[in-house]
Structure formats: structure tokens, C-alpha cells
Design a protein around this ligand. Structure first.
Ligand code: MG
Length: 252
């Protein structure tokens, strides 16, 4: 059997964001308020300036990341923004700040309905599973969220966020980090994701078969340039796709 692992993108591949209707800045503000109230009031009363600076740094980190593929890191950006408001440097660990920030499962998000059953099916066949996400949050942060969604038991071996890997998909470093953690070769793995560039082109360049999970239309510009090895609308279609890509991965 040549197939040993299936790697998944998280957002809009396993986790459906369609039900999240708020605007992100409004949603995030209470988290920034918690950080401010717990850490900063001794040095500043200007919450608005802190938020403005944080947002500016975040925007800039993602703007640069799109060109360099160097991943933004929420913990680092928070610490920089706190220090920029005059809180003495060197007293803050990103870990502690992120605990105060208090990331949780986001209201309105949920697993796509078939996800749990299909992940269980793959694990029952002895496959290792991984999450590889282009998140600016360190994985320890997103682990809280995916734990609330009940995903953690399916991914004991490997969960990688771009913030931890240092690079965003489609950079090879983040895929290689996941393969190393799983202890499998690219040729023994299949990647499933919804983003043609980050997930499909990236995984293929890393040597994996890449399956496009279609949750929104593929931009026509890309559809001729990036060709997934398969496309699915539901993870229920994945076992048959794996039969084609890695014949014999499950008993006939
Ligand atoms: Mg995605």
C-alpha cells in the first residue's frame, strides 16, 4: 500500500465559514480589549491607538506575506503592538499574551456535515491525518478552536499552522514540516484543500497529489494553469478519488 497519509487544509475545507456573518474587526475587538485590560492599563489608557496599531501591523504582515510567503504571527504582532504603546519590552511572552487574547471557536463556523464520519473512515483504514493551515495564529491557539469542534482526536500526529512553520502555503517548507512530522514521503500522501494556489499548486510542487475541495468557484484565470489531480464537492467523494490515485489503499 503506497498511501499512508492524507493532509487537509482547515478553513473552508474542514471548517465551514459561511455562517460567520459578522465583520472580523468587530468580532476581534473584545479579544484585544482583554489583552489591553490585563496588560496595558498601567501604562496607557488609549485602547483605540493600540487597536489601530495592531490592525496596521497585521495588514502589513499579510501584505508582505503575500509576496514573501513569510507567515504573519499573531503572537508576535500582539507583543509588538503592546510594546509600541509604551509597555516595557521584554516582559511579555507571546504565549501568555495569546492566552489573554482567548481565541475560541468562532460563532457561525461549523464543520462541514460529512467531515467527522469521513475522517473516521480514513483513520479506520490506518491512514495518518494532518491539518496544514495558512493561519497567523500559532497552532496552540487554533487547537482550542478545533478541540471545540471535536476535530482533535482525528489529528493526533500532526497539526501545522503557518505561524509556527514560518512560511505560508504554497511555500514548500510548511508542507515538508507536516510530512516530516507524519514520517511519510510526499509520494505516500495526498493533500486536500480549497485554495488553488496555496493548496493545490503548493502540494503538487511538494510532490503530493492534490485534491481540490470545491466550496467556491475557481477563478477562471487559474483554472487553466493549476490543474488539481481531482476535484470533489464533499469529502464523501474522497475514498473513490483515493482509489484512483493510490489503488489498493483500502481492501477491495
Ligand atoms: Mg482554505
Amino acid at each position: 500500500m503506497s498511501l499512508k497519509a492524507v493532509l487537509f487544509d482547515l478553513d473552508d475545507t474542514l471548517l465551514d465559514w459561511q455562517g460567520f456573518k459578522q465583520d472580523w474587526q468587530t468580532y476581534e475587538e473584545p479579544m484585544l480589549r482583554r489583552v489591553f485590560d490585563q496588560l496595558m492599563t498601567q501604562w496607557t489608557s488609549d485602547f483605540v491607538a493600540f487597536v489601530r496599531d495592531f490592525r496596521e501591523r497585521t495588514r502589513e504582515a499579510w501584505r508582505q506575506g503575500r509576496g514573501t510567503l513569510i507567515a504573519p504571527n499573531l503572537g508576535r504582532i500582539l507583543v509588538q503592538s503592546i510594546e509600541a504603546q509604551g509597555v516595557p519590552a521584554g516582559q511579555l511572552s507571546a504565549e501568555d499574551v495569546l492566552k489573554m487574547y482567548g481565541w475560541r471557536a468562532v460563532p457561525g463556523t461549523s464543520l462541514f456535515p460529512e467531515v467527522t464520519a469521513e475522517l473516521k473512515r480514513l483513520r479506520d483504514h490506518g491512514l495518518k491525518l494532518a491539518i496544514v493551515t495558512n493561519a497567523g495564529q500559532p497552532m496552540a491557539v487554533r487547537d482550542i478552536e478545533i478541540g471545540e469542534h471535536g476535530l482533535l482526536p482525528y489529528f493526533p500526529e500532526c497539526r501545522v499552522s503557518a505561524a509556527d512553520a514560518g512560511y505560508l502555503k504554497p511555500h514548500q517548507a510548511i508542507f515538508q514540516r507536516a510530512l516530516d512530522q507524519l514520517g511519510v514521503k510526499a509520494s505516500e500522501a495526498v493533500f486536500v484543500g480549497d485554495n488553488p494556489v496555496a493548496d493545490i499548486a503548493g502540494a503538487q510542487a511538494a510532490g503530493m497529489y492534490a485534491v481540490l475541495r470545491v466550496t467556491h468557484p475557481v477563478p477562471p484565470m487559474l483554472s487553466g494553469l493549476i490543474v488539481p489531480d481531482a476535484a470533489i464537492n464533499s469529502l464523501e467523494e474522497l475514498p473513490d478519488v483515493l482509489d484512483r490515485l493510490h489503488p489498493g489503499w483500502r481492501p477491495a
